[in-house]
Design a protein around this ligand. Structure first.
Ligand code: GKR
Ligand code: MG
Length: 427
């Protein structure tokens, strides 16, 4: 089954003013939708984070991929490596991953697997070895935030909205407001574990928010805190000690494998990461140092779904727990995460997702339901989702109109506070 064409569409998705260690989310999150068209008349889909670097590289790659067989994923990977392997490809210090190659592998692999699944009339989960579970657990993902809906409304609210769509617009800067956000999100989606994005407010407030969540949801609800590596080792030890027995895991409180390893010797809470161990090349040092207990995979930056399956095996071999990281995303990414989450033999924790924060959608039928905190593997061959072309065009027009080309949370924060600067370590 040969590739005859590839459509690459940049889109902008409304995103509320969420806070993190790197600043503030812009009113739009950028994504790229890839469609691989084949000579069988089958089209495969994928979705990855939007950036000019990734968009330009995909555009350059297109002519090299035309004529390739979607089943020959090793050949395709070699081709991508030959073309882009030499480029400077750093992860960066931001909470999100900015590498090129791994995102290219992922974008092309997922769309090829979607084609293969459609050709064989089998879901992608079957191409990954079949189901280990039928439905995949997700965690609530709370953010400190300013008031506002994002998108065209920016920091304004849609006064007609109800339920979670209303609640997601509320300011959340204090422990009580975080508890309100958690209650609204858990009521709407039934999440049974809760992650709080930290690194945005002073540590004392984030710690008090965790205590308030424990009081509101009870000691049996798993809680996680993710300061995105902005805390000093001293701060992470101080608050870690207070959160022993309270947190399910402590996600990237400090920066780098060495400090994570030092922290793990001082604090009795499992450490998780999507920042210090983010590639196969990082694994030897991770194992040597003992930098984390849990690796949060992400098929977008671990190089695809099959690479994430390989990572799962390595995690099992070396006694690492496994779960998944997320960024702002739509339904194609959600479908890919669910197929992977259903296939993974050793899934230890509910997965992260930003999905409730995005009101827009690009797939037919609207948003994929999250019920009782679980997502069922979509029906149908391949990823089991199809593109809503009208929505795609609408979101592409938003991309053209919004003027954003790259994610830059520092610049967004400076619109609110001109003196604000990203720091590698803030507290
Ligand atoms: O969306 O602000 C955000 C998150 O901070 C995201 O960029 C991170 O990559 O969710 C992520 C994380 O777990 O670090
Ligand atoms: Mg994280």
């Amino acid at each position: 089954m040969k590739i005859t064409d590839i459509n690459i569409t940049q889109i902008a998705v409304g995103d509320p003013p969420l806070l993190n260690a790197a600043g503030l989310h812009a009113p739009y999150a950028l994504r790229i939708i890839v469609e691989i068209i084949t000579d069988s008349g089958i089209t495969g889909l994928s979705e990855i984070p939007g950036s000019e670097k990734i968009y330009k590289a995909l555009t350059e790659l297109k002519s090299h991929l035309i004529g390739q067989d979607v089943f020959q994923l090793h050949t395709i990977k070699t081709l991508i490596n030959q073309k882009f392997g030499e480029r400077d490809d750093q992860r960066g210090v931001a909470p999100w991953d900015q590498r090129l190659l791994v995102h290219l592998f992922s974008a092309i692999e997922v769309a090829c697997l979607d084609c293969i699944g459609k050709k064989l009339d089998r879901p992608v989960v079957d191409l990954l070895g079949g189901r280990s579970r039928n439905k995949v657990p997700f965690s609530a993902y709370l953010f400190y935030k300013y008031e506002g809906a994002g998108g065209a409304l920016g920091s304004d609210k849609d006064t007609e909205a109800s339920g979670w769509l209303r609640a997601r617009q509320e300011e959340a800067l204090s422990p009580d407001q975080i508890v309100d956000q958690a209650k609204a999100m858990c009521e709407a989606f039934g999440f049974q574990s809760i992650k709080l994005k930290g690194g945005a407010r002073p540590p004392e407030i984030e710690y008090e928010s965790i205590l308030a969540l424990r009081d509101a949801f009870g000691a049996d609800t798993p809680l996680r805190l993710d300061p995105n590596a902005i805390w000093s080792l001293e701060t992470a030890i101080k608050y870690g000690k207070k959160m022993e027995g309270i947190l399910e895991y402590y996600e990237d409180p400090v920066r780098g494998q060495i400090d994570m390893a030092l922290l793990s010797q001082k604090v009795d809470i499992p450490l998780a990461t999507n920042m210090c161990t983010t590639s196969f090349e990082d694994l030897p040092a991770s194992i040597r140092l003992g930098s984390e207990h849990i690796i949060l995979s992400d098929h977008h930056f671990w190089g695809g779904l099959r690479a994430s399956m390989e990572l799962n095996k390595i995690c099992q071999t070396f006694g690492r727990g496994f779960s998944m990281h997320s960024n702002s995303h739509l339904g194609i990414s959600m479908a890919a995460m669910v197929h992977l989450g259903a296939a993974i033999p050793h899934l230890d924790y509910a997965l992260d997702t930003h999905y409730p924060w995005q009101a827009d959608e690009v797939i037919d039928g609207g948003k994929i339901p999250i019920i009782d905190g679980f997502v069922t593997v979509p029906d149908g061959p391949g990823l089991g989702v199809t593109l809503d072309r009208e929505q795609l065009q609408k979101l592409h027009k938003k991309f053209l109109a919004c003027g954003l080309k790259e994610r830059n949370d520092e610049v967004e924060m400076q619109k609110v506070d001109p003196q604000w600067h990203f720091k590698l370590q803030r507290w």
